[in-house]
Design a protein around this ligand. Sequence first.
Ligand SMILES: Nc1nc2c(ncn2[C@@H]2O[C@H](COP(=O)(O)OP(=O)(O)OP(=O)(O)O)[C@@H](O)[C@H]2O)c(=O)[nH]1
Ligand SMILES: *[C@@H]1O[C@H](CO)[C@@H](O)[C@H](O)[C@H]1NC(C)=O
Ligand SMILES: *[C@@H]1O[C@H](CO)[C@@H](O)[C@H](O)[C@H]1NC(C)=O
Ligand SMILES: *[C@@H]1O[C@H](CO)[C@@H](O)[C@H](O)[C@H]1NC(C)=O
Length: 457
Amino acid sequence: MADAERFCCALLRRIAGCFSLILVASVCTGSSSSSSSSAAAAAAAQDVSDYGAFSAGQAARVTPATAARDVRYLLYDVNPPEGFNLRRDVYIRMASLVKTLRQRGDWVLVLPPWGRLYHWQSPEIDQERIPWGEFFSITSLQANVPVMEYEEFIAESGGPFIDHILVLQSYAEGWTEGKWEEKVDVRPCIEKLAYTKDKQGYYRGWFWGYEETRGVNVTCLSAQGHASILAPYLQDNITATSVMLDRAETVLHDHYAGKDYWDTRRSMVFAKHLRIIGDEFRAKYLNSTDEKDLTPYQEDWTRMKAKPGSAWGGPYVGVHLRRKDFIWGHREDVPSLKGAVKKIRSLLKKLKLERVFVATDADEEELKKLKKMLPEMVRFEPSQENLELLRDGGVAIIDQCICAHARYFIGTSVSTFSFRIHEEREILGFDPKTTYNRFCGDSEKECEQPTHWKIVY
Ligand SMILES: Nc1nc2c(ncn2[C@@H]2O[C@H](COP(=O)(O)OP(=O)(O)OP(=O)(O)O)[C@@H](O)[C@H]2O)c(=O)[nH]1
Ligand SMILES: *[C@@H]1O[C@H](CO)[C@@H](O)[C@H](O)[C@H]1NC(C)=O
Ligand SMILES: *[C@@H]1O[C@H](CO)[C@@H](O)[C@H](O)[C@H]1NC(C)=O
Ligand SMILES: *[C@@H]1O[C@H](CO)[C@@H](O)[C@H](O)[C@H]1NC(C)=O
């Protein structure tokens, strides 16, 4: 074995949990955990920057094709309290950044595993280290920008190391003289770092539940502006092969609701098994099929271009009733259950429909009340067994799918869950009048309705 290889294997072996990696097993077989290993580790602790060279070497060994291409990896994460649907929005910003980066260099976007989301509260089911493939069609994402799952990254890049973590933050001084300008600067960290240095000099922290993952270097970067303002810095000032942007929500969309935004949004096709479950549910309980409803679906999103107003939708009203934290603050723009039911009844009458599908995060107590007031409502309620398979994220997506196919949709004010349904319906070709609707608070005076964002193809 080459010295470099032995050195790397020793490094990997020192890290608990690594042994399960197929990569380590195949690359490191035959290497004895001799005295050289501790020396190597000590050397590693002193000069972690050397690691970069080894990671490139390992990549060459495992997947010659990619190493020859000089791949660079962009990883990212989002502020922990943010929910599933805001995270989907941050993905769009990162995909846009990667497109800019790819104008100079072979960058790939590494998909941050799903897990430990505040709202995913179903007890006793494992909701960590969930790959994107469980919720989205990876081939569809690939048709927009090169992406890979985190575990693929570990295998391809030579181990569970992220060369450089950039913690994005705003400027400590705020906007100088109240003037908005786009800028990027290396600055001292404003908040206490969420990463701590271990004995070997590596950074430990939350890496989506992958406890063996280490950061080699962590620095803070003040950034103000759209996502692609980071590109020159990543291309010219950072030499690391893999770079992670933490707090990626700090940067804004390059061009919200522009062509690039919509290309990425359209590529976020739900995983097939979730769509199938949604379709079967619609057929069984809501007398709704794509054929009858004029909502033909193309597996290949690049060929999907429904004429606005062409979709008819299933014979039901789709409702997204966001509760929990939306009602705890006594928000003026969120209705009481009674107010919501009154609105639903008036819609059913006006639209001459009999069925209503309700997606909600209401707690048990509210759900009981709602069932009493609206006994005919249809809900997607998976068995415990199915919940374990789909997890909270999959159930939320199925709820969104069903709402997206309704003749008429009404959602909750400024809920990103509702916004994602708007977009889905826009893609299917619904008349905007049937989509951009929200409940009004019981005593809300000016109940402004959601904005219509038209697809740019
Ligand atoms: N199944 C299901 N889950 C829901 C529903 N509404 C909210 N949730 C859950 O609550 C989470 C919070 O809503 P999200 O919209 O994702 O959270 P967010 O991204 O911060 O967006 P907001 O709605 O703006 O809070 C969702 O990700 C779901 O897990 C619903 O109608 N059905
Ligand atoms: C970490 O990154 C910074 C900024 O790029 C660099 O100045 C520093 O030398 C790096 N530290 C190590 C230990 O590689
Ligand atoms: C990147 O490097 C260039 C050239 O050395 C320097 O002028 C610039 O300030 C650096 N950018 C940041 C954000 O540090
Ligand atoms: C389903 O819808 C069709 C029209 O699209 C209608 O003829 C049929 O009666 C409906 N079935 C039920 C069970 O409501």
